[in-house]
Design a protein around this ligand. Structure first.
Ligand code: FUB
Ligand code: ZN
Length: 666
């Protein structure tokens, strides 16, 4: 049975409802009762897209990045600063941060795949960090090696990034402790945080990090240690950003142009902006500061309603690696840095933890499968820093993947990001269990009502059928909340920045133990409350036709253009599959489009095909899989004509993949 959703979700009412719920859950000055996420190490991914991506991260991205950290002398810098070795500083002034991020990612790997050799290697690198740390706790090799007299003299002016690098060390220290229980890196992190706290604070220096990261890191360190002084320090930096009359050069580039609580428009450097929002959301979780949450809501709207690519990429302009004006979303010059998509995921997930509305995960999923995932090759060793939405195939870094960069923020962010993706799948609060991501495997959830194992079977994102077997340790009544993605709705994502040409709500099907199930749909979830017994199943059917997407008329780059999406996946055409010509392809509304799963292509993807006028074959592949066969023309937004009758996009096209389901519930 297909249920049509009663109404389209609208942000304005959502924001109000959210605020009411959240305020009911907290008192100002007190921590908010957030949704508890099931940590990534309790979510086993057994097959499919994410299993392959995790393996590529483990076997490709992390080892390759560690090797680059060695060969580029990023790790030597620590040995030199620690006087374990003679030499000069090599590389960019913020190279320390890359090593911290890769080590953070490698530590996550240890949690799911214990590996004595890797653990020993990580401990060796941590020993170099410890050696490089000065007796007062200061740690930054760029300054220690040759500029010790300039420590903390460049917070607002070039070369900056001292506090940014320190933030990454602190985050890595808290993370490493969380997953290994070891204190070797945590000790360095605490000593460093205490040093920062001895220099900056209400009665001390008032500058803020010129690149955010330290704020969230300090709050994470507080959560790991219970030491309130780290929360206070994180709060101090957030409160100081944009404080009036303090600095000569307040800059929107660093979101430092006005107090964060007053900000409404997302501006400036995109990675900084996303980390800034993540830090604000973190602080709200710990304090219940309503003004902060209200600002987060406004910045969320500004980002996702007016400044986000269909791919979930953000930061449209190369100038300042920054957000542009509302609706300024050029395709061929799109910047959309991989790190910024990761930052958007961080922001979205925190907002969801605060108020579990599916809209946040809709954006998270969009950024995850498209803007972020496209930043790394299928094997895991080739990267995009900028993620264009159209390319001639010739213009350097927008067309061709690179194995590493002088400024390697993106590969090192990918290292620490991919391992935690399974942690976005499930969450729980009180007697509600949320299923956010559809990915095959097992998860153990410790709910208030007892432990529950979930066994999920699905070929998502290639097939919209999902079956979950529920195994509570003992019978228990709770509400299972299955996310109904916005891509099944009339708009691919909340707001009106994008809309489907078919203007249809696809509806969804839900069965419990093979029987049609009455369900309540609200806030982006279908909720089923019952007493669950081990072996009960819940099956969800999300129709997955190929759908044409149109952009808001103010996005002039997409005037007269159409893009293709199937499920959460945005498609692109590459010259490779289209007689070397992808840019000039014209898609008529009357042209039938089919999807077919191709096991042998690009590690197994669904390909969209059709016939262009004159009989030429058209083929589109997932945007994330582009440039894995060398560079060629690439395009996401195609010229559109409307000569033929519109195709019935609503026609079901679940693109069945054989041998998976036993028929129960489908
Ligand atoms: O500045 C540190 C990182 O390098 C930023 O987040 C990226 O945008 C790149 O500039
Ligand atoms: Zn980056």
């Amino acid at each position: 049975m297909i249920h049509n959703k009663p109404t389209r979700r609208r942000w304005s009412s959502l924001a109000v409802a959210t605020c009411i719920t959240v305020f009911a859950n907290c008192t100002q000055g007190q921590p908010v009762k957030t949704v508890t996420c099931v940590p990534f190490w309790k979510v086993q991914v057994t097959e499919g897209l994410w299993s392959a991506r995790l393996e590529a991260n483990r076997n490709g991205t992390i080892p390759a990045s560690l090797a680059f950290c060695e060969s580029s002398k990023r790790i030597d810098n620590f040995a030199i600063a620690g006087k374990l070795k003679e030499g000069k500083f090599t590389g960019l002034h913020f190279n320390d941060s890359d090593v911290y991020k890769v080590i953070e990612g490698a530590a996550y790997i240890l949690k799911v795949r214990p590996d004595a050799e890797l653990e020993k290697y990580i401990d060796g690198v941590i020993a170099k960090f410890a050696a490089a740390q000065q007796s007062d706790g200061y740690l930054d090799t760029y300054f220690t090696i040759a500029r010790a007299d300039q420590r903390f003299r460049h917070i607002q002016h070039s070369p900056r990034h001292e506090l940014y690098c320190m933030g990454h060390l602190i985050e890595a220290g808290a993370a490493h402790y969380e997953v290994t229980g070891k204190k070797n890196l945590l000790t360095v992190a605490m000593k460093l945080a205490d040093h920062i706290g001895s220099v900056f604070g209400p009665e001390k220096r008032h500058e803020v990090p010129e690149h955010q990261q330290l704020e969230s890191a300090l709050i994470r360190l507080y959560r790991a240690t219970g030491e309130k002084r780290y929360l206070k320090l994180g709060q101090f930096f957030i409160d100081q950003r944009g404080a009036p009359g303090r600095r000569k050069n307040p800059a929107s580039y660093s979101q430092d142009h006005m107090p964060v609580r007053k900000q409404s428009e997302i501006v400036g450097h995109a990675v900084r902006a996303m980390y800034n929002c993540a830090g604000m959301a973190d602080l709200y979780m710990e304090t219940g500061d309503a003004e902060l949450l209200a600002a987060c809501h406004r910045l969320w709207e500004s980002t996702t309603r007016r400044k986000m690519y269909l791919t979930g990429g953000v930061g449209a302009t190369a100038h300042g690696e920054a957000f542009g004006e509302d609706y300024q979303l050029p395709n061929a010059s799109a910047y959309a840095e991989t790190c910024a998509a990761i930052g958007l995921v961080f922001f979205a997930h925190r907002m969801w933890q605060i108020s579990p509305n599916g809209e946040y995960i809709d954006v998270l999923e969009r950024a995850l499968y498209n803007g972020m995932l496209g930043g790394v090759s299928l094997i895991g060793d080739g990267f995009f820093y900028v993620n264009r939405l159209a390319s001639s195939g010739k213009e350097g870094r927008g067309a061709t993947r690179r194995t590493w960069f002088g400024c390697a923020c993106c590969p090192s962010n990918v290292c620490r990001f991919i391992p935690i993706v399974p942690g976005y799948a499930y969450g729980h609060r009180d007697d509600k269990l949320y299923v956010n991501m559809y990915l095959p495997g097992r998860a153990k959830v410790k709910m208030d009502t007892g432990e529950v194992t979930l066994i999920q079977q699905t070929k998502y994102p290639w097939d919209g059928r999902i079956k979950i077997t529920v195994e509570p340790a003992r019978d228990a009544e709770f509400t299972l909340k299955m996310r109904i993605p916005s891509w099944t709705s009339v708009n691919p994502v909340g707001g009106n920045l994008y809309r489907y040409a078919d203007n249809a709500d696809m509806g969804v099907g839900l069965k419990v133990n093979g029987n049609d199930q009455e369900m309540k749909i609200g806030n982006g979830y279908a909720s089923v409350r019952r007493k669950w017994t081990s072996g009960d199943t819940i099956s969800l059917i999300l129709p997955m036709p190929v759908r044409r997407v149109l952009a808001h008329e103010k996005v002039t780059a997409n005037t007269g253009r159409v893009a293709l999406q199937r499920g959460p996946v945005v498609y692109c055409a590459e010259g490779k599959d289209n007689a070397d010509k992808a840019i000039e392809i014209v898609l008529d509304d009357g042209m039938a489009l089919e999807a077919e799963y191709c096991k042998e292509l690009l590690g197994g993807v669904s390909v969209v095909t059709g016939k262009l006028p004159g009989g030429r074959e058209f083929a589109a592949i997932p945007y994330f899989a582009r440039a894995n066969r060398g560079a060629s023309e690439m395009n996401v937004w195609f010229k559109r004509t409307q000569t033929g009758p519109p195709t019935n996009d609503k026609k079901e096209n679940t693109n069945e993949i054989e041998g998976h389901f036993d028929g129960d519930g489908h």
